[in-house]
Design a protein around this ligand. Structure first.
Ligand code: FAD
Length: 469
């Protein structure tokens, strides 16, 4: 007899989300997390009175998107207190403007006036914006296998529009826009416009997986931290439970893995249980790029901004290709978030926390110090007051992310390239009966955490349907 109806391995957004959804539906759920903390990539820690995101986060559709949908489905809609934020701020060499994506043409016109675009290009941009936002889901999916650069080039060759799109896409998918899927890009923009606002969870990003864990426990499930799964047990060609690092076995006919899909199949199960065609397909899957993240604590506020994207060049192709050739650029593209300006409780009174990140391709033996230095220099050029008031700085390099989360330090998980989204995204249901995948690894769509949350919604649906039949 099974100890549990469902075992979830891993307590990232996908794992905690699907655990909560299934516990709410009456299944006996056990979630096992190897770390001493919940949240995986979406976690936070305390230091000297600051609450610091383990990495750096912003949430494009806050409670309106998949992250909120999980809580609405489990009847805990207000479990996260979202601080709403207006649309994304972009900074191109000192020119600041909001993201010119809206269903209100006058609003887009107003924003577009500030941008260095000639009048005839502006008209094209407006038309593109409106066409894109009104595309049906079917038509958007038809663009899944077209890369964003090629699609954009069909509409404009304006270098500023290309740069803006490329860097926004890089902030969302953490891959160059010549690899990113157009369909996925349009889906996230449509989603942002439908949500109307982004947001940040009061208490920092860890409150999201914590809210889902509360749901798991409220509906009778259990969560064990510091509990690493060593292997998934297979009996009679189907899943029958898991074995922990200490040798303990726990039975369950359903195992949902929030662990990296390749590790799940090759390390936790064993490739002998799968057909060669499937294991070859998995081996070829590509991860998103990694990142450098700087988290800087200041004894005094130096900026009123809450978040912005800084793009230093109007030649994104050259920029990304330079990174691929492992050449450090003069200035980095930066994604800057000031969490304490969004939620003042994240820093002691009068102090400030600034986080910034830049996407980079992973490289195993790289010395990241000069990259970090240049990233810091780019930030200081934008906010020269930082060094004077700096208390300390926590640095995350691709090697650090790789050490904690594997997957070549991937920011997102399985990359949203043209061949890995929509119908080509790895399937949530594995070929092995009883084994499912969840998180930014299989199913879903959207930006990072929302991709993982969407995967959780889809995974719960599939598991419940399979249980019925
Ligand atoms: C630098 C950085 C910046 C980011 N910025 C953003 C952003 O601005 N907006 C956004 O939406 N997203 C952002 N993301 C991406 C987002 O955080 C991730 O895509 C998302 O959180 C992935 O969730 P997941 O469900 O796939 O699980 P993961 O976070 O990958 O969690 C998997 C969990 O499984 C656990 N685990 C692994 N192996 C085992 C085992 N054998 N036994 C038990 N447990 C195990 C791990 O410890 C981990 O907790 C960022 C990520 C990074 C790194």
């Amino acid at each position: 007899m099974s100890d549990y109806d469902v075992i979830v391995i891993g307590g990232g957004i996908g794992g905690t989300g699907v655990g909560a959804l299934l516990a709410y539906r009456g299944l006996k759920v056990l979630l096992l997390e190897k770390n001493s903390f919940i949240g995986g990539r979406c976690s936070s820690y305390k230091k000297d009175g600051f609450t610091v995101s383990s990495y750096i986060h912003a949430f494009s559709s806050s409670d309106k998107g998949a992250l909120g949908e999980i809580l609405r489905k489990i009847k805990m809609p207000d479990e996260i207190d979202w601080v709403q934020q207006s649309s994304a701020l972009l900074n191109f060499k000192g020119i600041e403007f909001n993201l010119p994506i809206s269903s209100d043409i006058n609003k887009v016109l107003e924003i577009a006036k500030r941008m260095p675009i000639p009048q005839n290009e502006l008209e094209k941009l407006l038309k593109l914006n409106m066409d894109m936002l009104s595309l049906s889901s079917k038509k958007v999916h038809a663009l899944d296998e077209l890369d964003l650069k090629s699609w954009l080039s069909q509409h404009t060759d304006n270098s500023f529009v290309h740069a803006m799109t490329a860097f926004l896409s890089a902030a969302s998918f953490v891959i160059p826009y010549y690899e990113a899927s157009t369909g996925e890009y349009i889906r996230i923009l449509q989603n942002m416009v439908a949500a109307g606002q982004g947001g940040y969870p009061r208490g920092d990003c860890i409150t999201i997986p914590q809210a889902y864990c509360k749901g798991i426990e409220k509906y009778g499930g259990a969560i064990k931290l510091n509990t690493e799964v060593k292997r998934i047990i297979i009996e009679n060609d189907r899943v029958s439970g898991v074995e922990l690092l200490d040798g303990k076995k726990i039975n369950s006919k359903i195992v949902i893995s929030n662990v990296n899909i390749k590790n799940t199949v090759f390390d936790l199960v064993g490739q002998e249980f799968f057909e060669n065609k499937y294991t070859k397909y998995l081996k070829d899957l590509k991860y998103s790029w990694s990142a450098i993240v700087l988290k800087i604590a200041l004894k005094k506020k130096v900026t009123e901004h809450t978040a912005f994207i800084y793009f230093p060049t109007d030649n994104p192709v050259e920029y990304f290709q330079q990174l691929e050739r492992r050449k450090i650029p003069d200035e980095f593209f930066l994604w800057v978030v000031v969490p304490s300006n969004i939620d003042p409780n994240l820093a002691p009174h009068g102090k400030q926390l600034i986080c910034c990140g830049t996407p980079l391709p992973y490289s195993k033996h790289e010395d990241w110090s000069p990259w970090v230095e240049q990233c810091y220099t780019t930030l200081i050029n934008l906010m020269p007051e930082i060094p004077k008031h700096q208390l300390w700085q926590d640095i995350v390099t691709p090697s650090d992310i790789e050490r904690v989360l594997g997957e070549e330090g991937a920011v997102i998980g399985i990359a949203q390239t043209i061949d890995q989204v929509g119908k080509n995204r790895p399937s949530i249901k594995s070929p092995l009966p009883g084994l499912y995948f969840v998180g930014a690894e299989a199913g879903g769509w959207g930006i990072g955490t929302e991709l993982a949350a969407q995967s959780a919604l889809e995974c719960a649906k599939i598991v419940l349907k399979d249980l019925k039949t």
